[in-house]
Write a protein that binds this ligand. Sequence first.
Ligand code: GTP
Ligand code: MG
Length: 372
Amino acid sequence: PEDVRVYEFAEACGKSPAEVITVLFGLGMMVTKNDFLKQDELEILGEEFGIEVTVKDALEDANYVGDYQEEEIDETNFKTRPPVVTIMGHVDHGKTSLLDKIRTSKIAAGEAGGITQHISAYTIEQNGEKITFVDTPGHAAFSAMRARGAEVTDIIIIVVAADDGVKQQTEEVISHAKASGCPIIVAVNKIDKETANMDMVKAQMAEKEMTPVDWGGDIEFIGVSALTGEGIDDLLENILLQSEILELKADPEAKAKATVVEASLEKGRGPVATIIVQNGELKVGDNIVCDTTFGRVKAITNDMGQQVKSLGLSETGTVLGLNEVPVAGAIMVAQDSDKEAREIATKRAEHARAKELSKSTKVSLEEMSGLI
Ligand code: GTP
Ligand code: MG
């Protein structure tokens, strides 16, 4: 919604812009013919004119123009891909600690020394199978990503501290997680603490309709400690079980499509985007469009900090070469040519600008009457 202008709407249903403006004006909504229609306005107009209104997202259209869509539908090349797991939970319940512990306990001893700082996304191997983890910089970012249609997460882990139980953000995270439709696993963290109380957590979660399997529900609760590493193998095995049920597949040969999980402007490097590849393989030299920005992949650094030539399905790393910093949740798509990437990004940028402009335009009554 919000992507169709009054005159476009009028044209699409064979009315004059004035007719549309008059209907809305009669209901106290002031628009000019260049304004974008909001969802409620579209609904009213639909009722008024006795037509069914469905709106296609122009951004999405621009995103999936060309043969990308066809390649996506062609399932002959589909291959099983690793799950992408997002960790969420109340502040201080140990999301980051748990992620760091999983990572350091799962990479070869020789490499572990090289890892000093926390990164927001990485891939590990458990029994020869890969799992990609994403830290949420706050659940706001997660819902922003969802709102943008970036369904990057396959499985959600809700971390609840065993000594603290369900807190406000736990509740929020539960509703986000439920709304996403992803399978949920509850990691009850800090079980090393003397005050840890697994049953308290289970009872509080059951009250939120998150009933543990051993209480007759369908949610797995795994006790873990980010301090000692206890329970981490259990948690990983569980993720792999869930993943198997999901039968996650994608096409490694398709044009690359990735989701930005984090991005920033770095001194001397320009815009840097941390991405997760969802389809195809992202390579150095690829022409990419990412929302309203575009560019050419100059360099890729994998989650081990190494320069690599490409990233495959569900793999994560940072990409250099965009001309602006994209927002978290933006979708990055490889294009056949520099020209295409530029055109799509420019078209979207214009669209976004027009939308901004129409929001800030104050509509006076004189203007209104001039239009009607
Ligand atoms: P935010 O990102 O701020 O929301 O917090 P977080 O959920 O990432 O928690 P973080 O990993 O920063 O951990 C918070 C505190 O709990 C730190 O002081 C950790 O050392 C401690 N902590 C995390 N996990 C454990 C655990 O398993 N056992 C014990 N004893 N302490 C833990
Ligand atoms: Mg954290």
